[in-house]
Every structure is written in structure tokens, then in C-alpha cells.
Design a binder for this molecule. Structure first.
Ligand SMILES: [Zn+2]
Ligand SMILES: [Zn+2]
Length: 275
């Protein structure tokens, strides 16, 4: 039986969600920022291109390293504890503190590409040195310039072109709503992930393990585990904590596309565990 246009749209949205999601969680976060594993260059570059809605790679990596160096402290670029929910959720990208404007930005969906292209800082708060290793890579440095970021972002218009092809403007509207959900799922790691959930591990800011955030963000919601072991390729460190991003890294390692996956020992995990 041939698939209908609605079914194809579902396939398209799922592919978009997982490619952008894994682009951010695996390439931006676990590989580029924390060096939790190595990826073959073509795989890394493809995933970074997919993850571009998260922002220019060097700025993302630098800001995230700042986040880990002073989690929920005065130098954290996005803490809901010190700056409030909306600033940590999405306001910090553009330095917006007005809650109404933050909400508007959160509901912007794909329009955020356009705003980000022109207004998003390309440098991590003047802390370029924090992403020196990323800037040493020619392709990643190009994607971290405003021109490169704009060029790369054109790839992100593809789901809308295909959605229009499948279901005309209905398809575009459905893709738009999906885009709003996708963006906010990622943003929730920085906001919800430091406010609500279980602090299974202690000692580094207010990070929480939140099952719902972990589900929508492909494993990133195991944020307490991540802050306890930032270099671990696996964030869901406890029994029953499904971590799809780690599963993908393991699959890539099994076929020779990833290597050197860092995972803490059971003993180290038990020692850091809150009882
Ligand atoms: Zn965090
Ligand atoms: Zn991190």
C-alpha cells in the first residue's frame, strides 16, 4: 500500500526531529563540547549541519563550557536559578529579559532562524578562548561566522520546502508547529533541567534528572547525571534511564564511525550518587 501525503509528512517530521536533535545532543554537546567520544569527520560535519538551529558551533560550545564552569553561579550564561525561567529557557540567546518577548521568541519556531541569523552573537560572550579547539577546525570555524551560519541555515529550510510539496500550506503549518515543539524541547534542558526533577547526583549546580525532558531531548534530560560526569558519553547513568543519544553513539561505534566513548565506572557512579 502506498503511503499517503500525511504519512510522508510524518516521516519527514520524525526525520527532521531526530536529525536536528542528534545533531545537537551528539555532535554539539557530547562530542564537540565535552569530547565524550570521537566521530569520523563526515559524520561529525553532517550532524553539526543538522544541529545548526542550536546556533553557531563555536558560540554554543563556548557558552556551554561556561555553563559547566560555574553552573547556576554568576558566570553561568543561562541559569533559571539566578536569571529566571524565561531568560534561561531562550532569552539568553539574544540577551532578552522581557518575559513577553521571550515567550514570543519561544513561539517563533522556524522564524527564529531568521532572527538568529542577524542578531545571535557569534562569539560566546567574548570568551572565544573557551572554544579554541572548535575554531581551529576550518569547517566549524566557517559555520561559526555570520556568513557561514547563514549559509548553513539554508539547509534548515528543506523540511518546509518538502512539507509544502506534500501538503501545500497545511504541510507548512504542521511543520511550523512541530518546529516550535522541537525548539522548546531543546531549550527545556537549560530551564526545566535546572528546576524540576530529581537531583540523583549532587555537587554541580541545581541540575536535575527529568524523565519528560529526557524523553523529548533524546536523553539530555538526565541532566543531574550529566553535570556529575560531564565527560561521560552516557547521561542516563542509572537503571531505567533511557538515553537515545548514547544509544546512537554506541551504534556508530559498532560500525566504526565513532570511537573512544567515555563512560564512568559503576563504582564512580555509586560514589557520586545522592542517597
Ligand atoms: Zn546544565
Ligand atoms: Zn554539558
Amino acid at each position: 500500500m502506498a503511503l499517503s501525503a500525511h504519512h510522508w509528512l510524518g516521516v519527514l517530521l520524525a526525520t527532521w526531529y531526530f536529525s536536528v536533535g542528534f545533531g545537537i545532543t551528539v555532535a554539539y554537546h557530547r562530542v564537540l563540547t565535552h569530547r565524550s567520544a570521537n566521530l569520523r569527520k563526515p559524520v561529525l560535519y553532517a550532524l553539526v549541519l543538522a544541529g545548526l538551529p542550536a546556533g553557531p558551533p563555536a558560540a554554543w560550545v563556548g557558552n556551554h563550557r561556561r555553563h559547566h564552569s560555574d553552573s547556576d553561579g554568576p558566570n553561568d550564561p543561562h541559569s533559571p536559578i539566578t536569571d529566571g525561567f524565561w531568560y534561561a529557557h531562550c532569552g539568553w540567546y539574544l540577551g532578552i529579559r522581557n518575559r513577553g518577548l521571550c515567550l514570543l521568541y519561544a513561539l517563533g519556531g522556524p522564524l527564529r532562524y531568521i532572527v538568529d541569523m542577524f542578531l545571535r552573537p557569534m562569539s560566546p560572550g567574548g570568551h572565544d578562548a573557551l572554544a579554541k579547539d572548535v575554531l581551529e577546525d576550518h569547517f566549524l570555524r566557517f559555520l561559526s561566522t555570520r556568513f557561514g551560519f547563514m549559509m548553513g541555515s539554508i539547509v534548515q529550510t528543506l523540511p518546509f520546502v518538502l512539507a509544502y510539496h506534500l501538503l501545500a500550506w497545511d504541510g507548512v503549518i504542521i511543520a511550523w508547529v512541530a518546529g516550535i515543539v522541537f525548539y522548546n524541547a531543546g531549550d527545556a534542558v537549560n530551564s526545566v533541567g535546572h528546576l524540576w526533577g530529581k537531583q540523583d547526583f549532587g555537587g554541580d549546580g541545581a541540575a536535575r534528572n527529568n524523565r519528560l525532558v529526557a524523553l523529548v531531548s533524546l536523553g539530555e534530560g538526565w541532566h543531574s547525571g550529566h553535570h556529575a560526569f560531564p565527560r561521560s558519553a552516557r547521561h542516563g547513568l542509572l537503571k531505567g534511564q533511557v538515553d537515545l543519544s548514547f544509544m546512537l553513539l554506541r551504534m556508530l561505534a559498532a560500525v566504526g564511525l565513532a570511537s573512544d566513548l567515555h563512560v564512568p565506572s559503576e563504582q564512580a557512579i555509586a560514589q557520586r550518587r545522592h542517597t
